[in-house]
Design a protein around this ligand. Structure first.
Ligand SMILES: Nc1ncnc2c1ncn2[C@@H]1O[C@H](COP(=O)(O)OP(=O)(O)OP(=O)(O)O)[C@@H](O)[C@H]1O
Ligand SMILES: [Mg+2]
Length: 245
């Protein structure tokens, strides 16, 4: 990334302890406007915790997070959402009795702060964009897994987020569905949204990321292009150790 690139989101020395466990240790990261940054690491390495710290669900024990140059550490999730950061959850948790459209409307009204009429217009536009317009009146508990994944993205988009954090949004998808999901992420980037993507499906995250960072036991062990990261001995060790130890 050249110096002409703007940093939209930045973490400096971010640590988070749960009792004696360091879920995150002194993490520095920069997210450049317009990029897709992949975040990988073995189970329990701190990926979800970092996302929770960024969106204010979890306070950092040490360190700071800056969004567009402003210190957002310790702000409420509501405030951070309104400033322009949204997260999709690792566990899909839409309000299952509400329809697909109502779920997206909540994002538009809550995060986007739009009045009802504008929020409905935005909801319709986004449902068409993520190809959920045909199921818009279906209770969200009754749609398929790939549709639920797209609903999570739709809710994030409805908040007018500038940055969307995706936590394993492709889990449970078959290879064709993964290809479609990757196309959708590229289309979201075309809308001007910056993406940070946590994903265990290596082919998917390597294929879509401009840059990647790698966590192991709460520490950042590598950073670079997908190719650099894939060839990094510490990364290979972390993954092989995790699998074969
Ligand atoms: N609320 C919590 N209380 C106590 N420990 C926690 C809490 N949240 C996370 N942890 C611990 O922090 C560590 C990091 O967890 P985290 O969920 O961030 O990992 P992850 O990289 O997202 O893993 P996965 O790939 O399995 O989703 C783990 O050891 C986890 O058990
Ligand atoms: Mg996780």
């Amino acid at each position: 990334m050249g110096p002409e690139q703007n940093i939209i989101l930045e973490g400096r020395g971010v640590s988070r302890y749960f009792g004696a466990l360091a879920a995150l240790s002194g993490i520095d990261f920069s997210l450049y406007e317009g990029e897709i940054l992949g975040l990988i690491g073995p189970n329990g390495s701190g990926k979800t915790t970092l996302f929770n710290v960024i969106v204010g669900v979890c306070r950092p024990s040490e360190g700071k997070v800056f969004f567009e140059g402003r210190d957002i550490s310790g702000m409420s999730p509501h405030r951070i959402c309104q400033m322009g950061i949204a997260k999709t959850s690792q566990i899909v948790q839409p309000f299952t009795r509400m329809t697909v459209a109502e779920n997206v409307l909540v994002g538009a009204m809550y995060g986007g702060g739009l009045p009802q009429k504008e929020a409905w217009e935005k909801t319709r536009e986004i449902l068409a964009f993520v190809n959920l317009d045909k199921v818009m009146n279906t209770p969200s508990g009754k749609i398929s897994i790939p549709e639920r994944r797209r609903l999570e993205l739709a809710r994030a988009l409805a908040t007018s987020a500038k940055v969307i954090l995706l936590d394993e949004n492709m889990a449970g998808l078959n290879p064709n569905e993964i290809e479609e999901a990757l196309d959708l992420l590229r289309a979201i980037r075309e809308r001007g949204v910056t993406l940070m993507v946590v994903e265990h499906i290596m082919r998917a995250v390597m294929g879509i990321s401009d840059r990647m960072i790698v966590f192991n036991y709460g520490e950042k062990i590598a950073e670079g292009t997908p190719r650099e990261v894939a060839e990094n001995p510490s990364v290979i060790r972390a993954y092989l150790g995790d699998k074969y130890a």
